[in-house]
Write a protein that binds this ligand. Sequence first.
Ligand code: ZN
Length: 186
Amino acid sequence: MSNTKIEKLIKQLLTEIGEDPTREGLQKTPARVARMFADLTSGYTTSLDSLINGAVFTEKVHNMIILKDIELYSLCEHHLLPFFGKCHIGYIAKDKVIGISKIARIVDMYARRLQLQERLTQDIATSLQSVLNPLGVGVVIEAQHLCMMMRGVEKQNSVMVTSAVHGLIKDDPKTREEFLSLVIRK
Ligand SMILES: [Zn+2]
């Protein structure tokens, strides 16, 4: 991605919406926005392999492992506006565990792309499935979308909840119940 190109486009955009890109407050805006986009879309240039970098360990563990309340910030692909909230992840290990900071990094890698909450949830679940081959995996995301809050239907308090489940967390009702009761705050 070329920052100079994006700067030019943002300058054009400012003019098109009736602004004066040469006024003091806006002079550095195109450069700032270009850097911001590089940051918020850095997930396109990261791969799962390079991110994991060997941090999967063999352990005789067959329990449910939960990481909840992972902060999440992403951009909706329909409006380029942020959606943000919490991501909860659980998996039932099958002789393989992953460093917990890596789980948070997987979330960030997919969140820093233009996303739909539904797809983001699935991307995270699928990658954990492929990296760990666990007995089950579950991902729940609770998020608020600025495109709903500050425009359109202007619903300020609605929270969208999405889930993606595989293996035992999908097929075994008791396991699924255990997972959901651990991650969803009543
Ligand atoms: Zn949107």
